[in-house]
Design a binder for this molecule. Structure first.
Ligand SMILES: [Zn+2]
Length: 228
């Protein structure tokens, strides 16, 4: 996307994701438990018009995953993600990230660039188009972070892990998989267990990255070494 946004650091992104979850929880009137219903956040709380659509055809962009039309309050996800629960939910949560974090900056830009935004008889174009293949700019990185934080809140994940076992989760050869922790077989097994125990709209890869990021998992050898 070509929208100028501030560079938010992770703690700020987490604050914004938790703010949305708190407001959604208050609106819903029940204590949230996993999985986080991203459909209900999109259509219920945010009242966006959500559609699965052939975006590749609509926008003539081959690697498009999702797009959000701020003006029309429409979110469309490409039909190639249909049936892929984890990737679909993550892309929806990513689009919610743009809506929640970046829309205010779009609104400001609209005020300063009225000629650009309000030409009559022009087919409305989406404010945000998200693609898989391109190098991620700051706004895209932020939306990915937001999606992970929204779908896998630290406190909820901690509660679930604590209910399954005491102490740190030791993963064999985790350190060897530093380049891509989602390739570690043992971590994938644990991630799948958490997905089956509640976070069932999250992909195994996304869960692996989140667990590693939170340092909820440690290399079994390193942990043993640290005892001496
Ligand atoms: Zn995006």
């Amino acid at each position: 996307m070509n929208l100028k946004v501030p560079f938010f650091q992770k703690p700020e992104i987490e604050r914004m994701a938790l703010d949305l979850l708190q407001k959604y929880e208050a609106w819903k009137g029940v204590k949230l438990t996993p999985p986080i219903s991203i459909d209900d956040i999109v259509e219920g709380y945010l009242r966006l018009d959500f559609q699965i659509d052939d975006l590749k055809e609509r926008l003539s962009i081959p690697d498009v995953l999702g797009a959000t039309w701020f003006e029309d309050k429409v979110m469309r996800i490409d039909s190639s993600l249909e049936g892929k629960e984890g990737r679909l939910s993550f892309t929806m949560a990513h689009e919610v990230g743009h809506w929640w974090m970046h829309r205010p900056y779009y609104e400001m830009e609209k005020v300063t660039l009225p000629l650009f935004s309000f030409k009559e008889n022009v087919q409305p174009t989406p404010a945000i188009v998200c693609r898989s293949g391109r190098k991620k700019d700051s706004a895209e990185w932020q939306a990915d972070q937001f999606a992970a934080l929204l779908l896998m809140p630290k406190a909820m994940l901690h509660t679930l892990i604590s209910s399954l076992q005491n102490g740190p989760v030791l993963i064999e050869d985790l350190d060897k998989s530093k380049a891509n922790v989602a390739e570690n077989y043992n971590l994938r097994v644990f991630a799948k267990q958490l997905i089956q125990s509640g976070f069932n709209n999250v992909s195994v890869d996304a869960m692996c990255y989140r667990l590693h990021d939170l340092t909820f998992v440690v290399d079994s050898k390193l942990h043993q070494g640290s005892l001496f």
